[in-house]
Design a protein around this ligand. Structure first.
Ligand code: KG4
Ligand code: ZN
Length: 322
């Protein structure tokens, strides 16, 4: 079964073609980073307008790369939420129009479940149940994935998401948007970063990153002569990675589940990926991470989720912000 997946929940216009929720046929993504970089964050009106301009080209390129026509797909999957409503509406309107015109089924997909479904793309489909650390620009959650369509939240951030913290800290340090890749790159040359920032005091399986972001701001304002942007970036990243992996390990211990996964934009982070292997030895745990191209928002994960865990199968569904 070949699904065409459309993703427009935030600032990436993306279309993926996937067979049986697992085999990638093609993926085409139009980034809007250049458009938003001067604002240090996403401007929703600009994002929605850009989706309208890019969607036709992105869908056309995905089809031609897979050497398929619109008539040869079996169904259309589209992100219905959570996300920016104006951005979501562009993709959903395009998907509904295509589905009605082609007389093909339409499958509404939840963006967070799509990030989890990105783990199914590729050779090795994960063993369930698993615990997934879902880290993106909008969310930070620990999810128990019992089956693709049965997931529950074990813990989550009480304030900023971790991606938001990366983006805000990058902005403080004068780095480009999006901040995650910029901090990741800048920190790579620092083998062992010093502890410059306080540890989180949040207990259990929840997270908090807004205090850490304020601590970075105070450090930068007071001591940017003593500590370079590179040292602060590396220290921030180390602090975040420790906190994320500590809670992931706690969830794994609590539930005695040895299948561990990460997903979402921040799962592309080099330090996070490396630390997983240290905390969860391969002799005891199975670790699943999406390929780098499937970490940030993309249409392939939407097509995978349409196959594995659609939320609706009729034209009559609404978009949702949260
Ligand atoms: O999942 P995603 O593409 O969009 C949302 O659903 O929000 O995640 C985007 C977030 C941004 O905050 C970006 O800075 C972060 O993922 N990100 C990274 C890296 N690549 C992207 N954060 C840390 N390290 C990275 N390498
Ligand atoms: Zn996302």
């Amino acid at each position: 079964m070949i699904l065409l997946g459309i993703e427009t929940s935030c600032d990436d216009t993306s279309c993926g073609l996937v067979e049986d929720g697992q085999r990638l046929l093609s993926l085409c993504t139009g980034s809007q980073d250049d458009l938003h970089t001067n604002f240090g964050g996403i401007v929703p009106e600009l994002a929605a307008r850009e989706h309208c301009l890019q969607l036709d080209r992105v869908v056309g390129r995905a089809l031609s790369e897979a050497d398929l026509s619109l008539h040869s797909i079996d169904a259309i999957a589209v992100t219905a939420g959570p996300g920016l409503v104006s951005s979501l509406l562009t993709g959903v309107t395009a998907a509904k129009t295509l589905a009605a015109f082609l007389q093909k089924p339409i499958l509404a997909v939840d963006h967070l479940e799509a990030h989890v479904a990105s783990l199914a793309l590729g050779e090795q489909k994960p063993e369930l149940p698993l615990i997934c650390l879902l880290v993106s620009g909008g969310h930070t959650q620990l999810r128990l994935v019992e089956s693709w369509d049965r997931q529950s939240i074990l813990g989550q951030t009480l304030d900023d998401s971790v991606g938001e913290a990366f983006d805000k800290v990058a902005r403080i340090l004068g780095l480009a948007y999006p901040g995650g890749p910029a901090i990741d790159l800048l920190s790579r040359d620092i083998a062992h970063s010093t502890e410059l920032l306080p540890e989180s005091k949040v207990t259990g399986l929840n997270f908090s990153f807004s205090g850490l972001k304020s601590a970075v701001l105070r450090l930068w304002e007071k001591e940017n002569n003593t500590h370079s942007a590179q040292l602060i970036a590396a220290s921030f990243q180390q602090n975040v990675v420790r906190e994320l992996t500590k809670k992931l390990k706690r969830a794994s211990d609590n539930l005695d589940i040895k299948n561990i996964a990460i997903a979402g934009g921040v799962s592309a982070n080099t330090a996070l990926r490396a630390r997983l292997a240290t905390i969860f030895p391969a002799s005891e745990y199975r670790i699943y991470m999406p390929e780098l191209r499937f970490c940030t928002d993309n249409g392939a994960m939407v097509a995978a989720a349409g196959y594995l865990c659609p939320r609706s199968r009729s034209l009559d569904f609404a978009v949702y912000a949260r």
